[in-house]
Design a protein around this ligand. Structure first.
Ligand SMILES: Cc1cc2nc3c(=O)[nH]c(=O)nc-3n(C[C@H](O)[C@H](O)[C@H](O)COP(=O)(O)OP(=O)(O)OC[C@H]3O[C@@H](n4cnc5c(N)ncnc54)[C@H](O)[C@@H]3O)c2cc1C
Ligand code: FES
Length: 277
């Protein structure tokens, strides 16, 4: 068997999230794959537009909802532009799932604070829905989400849905200058809003962070000042990948392969790695 051979998937639905971000709802064309495929929140896959290449995206849907899987991606280069041009009914290639998972057993009974920036909400969305579908096992859920502008916020419909749910707090923010006259959320960078306006308690809490490296750095620092310890902070890294299988040596930080040992890491694990991420 060729480990690089993708499975074929049909795009059942396309959702235009922002001018350059789309969500695809996907189903396997092979009936056996439809029945046997499984994954856990935090894992990623390689998605190919034929003739363009492959890209790594997280699986953005929840393992508690297996009628289809979803990815959400920004068009930034060759392959993502190829994928962006596909329509409902078209076929793409899929390899996965790969990588480690969010340790939901360690989240049980805790208050959970999800903190995401921009296109980094999709990896969190998988675990958010996973937890909200089993809400009785977890404490309060907070979702702090920021984007450059109101137009750049993804999953707007789900942010509204989460806001209406019991035991869930949603804090939305856009960068200064990114607001519109109708904007009802906060204005300011995520770490600033987190520390000054929201200020979550570290008691019996875990913060799950995903975003660009600079946002992760400043968010870790803000949470540290709020009293969170490194074993209360978990993140998922987006180092560039190619094979996803530990073979090409493209994603490593020192001797750690993000595709095999991650992409999910506790802050205390990251603190031991060379400062390359
Ligand atoms: C574990 C993981 C999960 C990811 N999940 C998502 C997701 O859910 N949605 C999403 O839109 N993107 C995600 N990414 C980033 C995504 O893989 C890249 O944006 C994509 O592969 C770019 O492919 P391309 O061929 O279009 O771009 P290329 O033509 O290869 O490059 C275009 C531009 O994108 C930059 N680029 C390429 N890959 C990355 C990367 N990994 N990080 C930062 N910059 C990059 C290049 O430097 C260049 O500026 C994830 C990456 C990883 C490793
Ligand atoms: S992506 Fe190839 S070794 Fe990790």
């Amino acid at each position: 068997m060729n480990i690089y051979q993708p499975h074929l998937m049909t795009i059942n639905k396309v959702i235009q999230e922002t001018p350059d971000i789309k969500t695809f709802q996907l189903v396997f064309q092979d009936e056996e794959m439809r029945e046997k495929f499984s994954f856990k929140a935090g894992q990623f896959a390689e998605y190919s537009a034929f003739g363009h290449g492959e890209s790594t995206f997280c699986i953005a849907s929840s393992p508690t909802r297996m009628d289809h899987i979803e990815c959400c991606f920004r068009s930034v280069g060759k392959n993502t532009a190829g994928l962006f041009g596909l329509n409902e009914g078209d076929t793409l290639g899929f390899r996965g799932p790969y990588g480690n998972i969010f340790p939901l057993d360690k989240f049980k009974g805790k208050d959970l604070i999800f903190i995401g920036g921009g296109i980094a909400l999709p990896p969190l969305r998988s675990v958010i829905w996973n937890i909200l579908d089993q809400q009785e096992d977890f404490g309060h859920v907070s979702i702090v989400y920021g984007a450059r502008t109101v137009e750049d916020l993804v999953y707007k419909r789900e942010l509204d849905e989460w806001e209406q749910m019991p035991n869930v707090t949603v804090v939305k923010t856009v960068d200064p200058g990114g607001e519109t006259p109708e904007w009802q959320g906060h204005v300011g960078f995520v770490p600033h809003i987190l520390e000054n306006d929201f200020a979550p308690s570290p008691d019996n809490a875990i913060a799950i962070i995903c975003g660009p490296p600079i946002m992760i750095k400043f968010t870790f620092e803000a949470l540290d000042r709020l009293g969170f310890k490194k074993n209360q902070l978990i993140t998922t890294l987006e180092n560039r990948m190619k094979c996803g299988l530990g073979k090409c040596g493209r994603c490593n930080i020192g001797s750690t392969y993000v595709c095999l040992d991650g992409p999910v890491f506790w802050a205390e694990e990251l603190a031991k790695l060379p400062k390359e991420y």
